[in-house]
Design a protein around this ligand. Structure first.
Ligand SMILES: [Mg+2]
Length: 226
């Protein structure tokens, strides 16, 4: 999709609630990629006095095995597993937490147009708090929800049930923007009418390959006249 195109089927008149993912959607995923793929193995290697590659070989499969589960997103789990204070590591590198292009403008635009805006993230509360402090984007939301509050990640239908019980939104009148296709699939199965992926969640990594979902390249594409 080029910058001039509006995703077909997106009708703002039919949308009351906008559910937004944080990492890779509103914030540059580069921070998380850097932290987990570089800072963590580096710290582990220093701690155990082993080469970086050996640390990486220890860490990567363990993380991969938890993909799609709540533990994958749980700082306490990984702190215990690797014996490294992950929250402390995130704090050390917090300068790299940045907002994606046009994300702030999009959040303002949603407010101006009276859309109820919900931040729905799999991020652990401590990570979420750090990122909100660092970027100030918390002010734009009517609700902020972490999957850890519900005990289920966004990849599972249970998350969406719990979110609906908490926020009382109408899936048929909602839009979700999220860089994770598994999450988009779960939301769509739950009945969320409009779902959009993200073309370039990490500014320093290649773009995401197309899936069955439309990927937004720039928020300007969806800030259209109502
Ligand atoms: Mg994400």
């Amino acid at each position: 999709m080029n910058n001039e195109q509006v995703p077909s089927g997106l009708r703002w008149q039919a949308i009351d609630t906008v559910l937004l993912d944080m990492d890779g959607t509103l914030l540059d995923l580069h921070f998380d990629s850097h932290l987990w793929k570089d800072c963590l193995p580096r710290r582990y290697a220093e701690r155990h006095n082993i080469p970086f590659n050996a640390a990486e070989a220890h860490i990567t499969p363990r993380i991969k095995a938890r993909e799609g589960t709540l533990k994958w997103y749980c700082l306490d789990h990984w702190t215990q597993e690797f014996g490294i204070d992950i929250s402390g590591l995130e704090h050390e590198h917090r300068e790299r937490i940045t907002v994606r292009p046009q994300a702030r403008e999009f959040l303002c635009w949603l407010k101006t147009h009276g859309k109820r805006t919900v931040l729905a993230t799999n991020a652990h509360r401590r990570s979420l708090d750090l990122k909100l402090r660092q970027t100030g984007i918390g002010v734009y939301f009517d609700e902020i929800v972490s999957a850890h509050d519900f005990g289920a990640p966004k990849e599972e239908v249970e998350f969406w049930r719990r979110l609906q019980a908490r926020c009382d939104f109408q899936p048929a009148r909602s839009l979700l923007v999220d860089d994770n296709p598994r999450v988009l699939r779960a939301a769509r199965n739950f009945g969320v009418a409009f779902v959009l992926g993200v073309h370039l969640p990490d500014s320093r990594a290649p773009a995401r390959p197309a899936t069955e979902f439309i990927h937004v390249e720039a928020f300007s594409q969806i800030m259209t006249t109502l």
